[in-house]
Design a protein around this ligand. Structure first.
Ligand SMILES: Cc1ncc(C[n+]2csc(CCOP(=O)(O)OP(=O)(O)O)c2C)c(N)n1
Length: 310
């Protein structure tokens, strides 16, 4: 999957309003290098609304539609219908939503867009909380993580529930293309964006995007944090095309997940036993992914006629 060169054209301009070390900013900078200038982006209420800024001084070199937080999926379906009605050729329609706007508030509209096979790319950038409004937990916040609504106290240990598996929900809709990507692996991310652009139908990208203020780590460490997430197996890189899953960054040995958790203030309360529990969960997920990749046929294949009664 890795490619050798990354396009030089910058569609995220200098002077944007992201925090230092912002994972979502880096991820979208790379994403747009892969998607190219003939792209229109629908952005719901999120950090990215602020990062892009307001018309006419947008930091993005592509047209932007600001939308209500719950409506990303519906809005890109509308944009696609409008582009088709106007006969606009070669336009890539993209929704760019946070994990709160995707895993929780916009899930219904995402499901509708996937089920209708809307010819568009839905991108979830995952900073694992509602960051723009002050670090509230989302469905995508991981187990044990501190947020302002999952405190750590004598009676609470951060988020009590595991991270919502949005990719599995998406894959149940049988999209034309879906992939995870991480700006700490830029060639892989750009290659997946290029591939997503080339495929037609409903497409989905899950981008892992570290957030220094929300996760409580030094802004200089964003790229290192992203690398660790994948090298520990916590955020594996893979793609699914026509139901076939392929791991795009393979490791024969994973780093211990403690190396990742111990560098973030949101996990500073975890005991060794709690870290062990996360480790066990990560290994289960990795083994499940390997198994899924090794499955003989794609999930979309027609079942064998021998399964039918006669
Ligand atoms: C229906 C609705 N509820 C709440 C809000 C307030 N709000 C604006 S941005 C935001 C955070 C969105 O979080 P996420 O989608 O994870 O993106 P991030 O801020 O992390 O980039 C919220 C809750 C809103 N705009 N609309």
């Amino acid at each position: 999957m890795a490619r050798l060169t990354i396009p030089k054209e910058e569609l995220l301009r200098p002077g944007h309003a992201a925090c230092p070390g912002c994972g979502p900013a880096l991820a979208v900078r790379l994403l747009l290098k892969g998607l190219g200038a003939r792209t229109i982006v629908s952005i719901p209420a999120s950090c990215w609304t602020v990062i892009a800024g307001t018309y006419p001084s947008s930091a993005l070199g592509v047209p932007v539609l600001d939308t209500p937080i719950e409506s990303t999926g519906a809005s890109i379906s509308g944009l696609r219908a409008a582009a088709d009605a106007l006969g606009l050729e070669g336009l890539t329609v993209v929704g760019l939503a946070g994990d709160g706007g995707t895993a929780d508030i916009g899930l219904q509209a995402l499901s509708g867009m996937l089920e209708r096979r809307t010819d568009a790319i839905y991108v979830m950038y995952d900073n694992e909380a509602y960051m723009n409004t002050g670090i509230q937990r989302s469905g995508a916040t991981p187990l044990g993580a501190w947020t302002t609504t999952t405190p750590v106290s004598a009676s609470a240990r951060g988020k009590a529930e595991p991270k919502k598996d949005v990719m599995s929900i998406v894959l149940a809709h049988r999209p034309a293309y879906a992939a995870t990507a991480n700006p700490s692996f830029p060639e892989d991310l750009v290659a997946k964006a290029e591939k997503a652009r080339a495929v037609h139908g409903a497409r989905f990208l899950h981008l892992f995007t570290p957030c220094p203020p929300g996760w409580k780590f030094d802004s200089a460490d964003s790229v290192a944090m992203g690398r660790l997430a994948t090298e520990t197996g916590l955020f594996p890189l893979y793609e699914v095309e026509d139901g076939r899953l392929k791991i795009t960054r393979r490791y024969s040995r994973l780093k211990p997940v403690g190396e990742y958790l111990s560098r973030q203030g949101r996990y500073s309360h975890l005991t060794p036993q709690e870290v062990d529990a996360v480790q066990a969960e990560v290994l289960r997920g990795w083994v499940g992914l390997l198994r899924r990749e090794a499955e003989a046929g794609p999930a979309h294949d027609a079942p064998s006629a021998s399964l039918l009664t006669r």
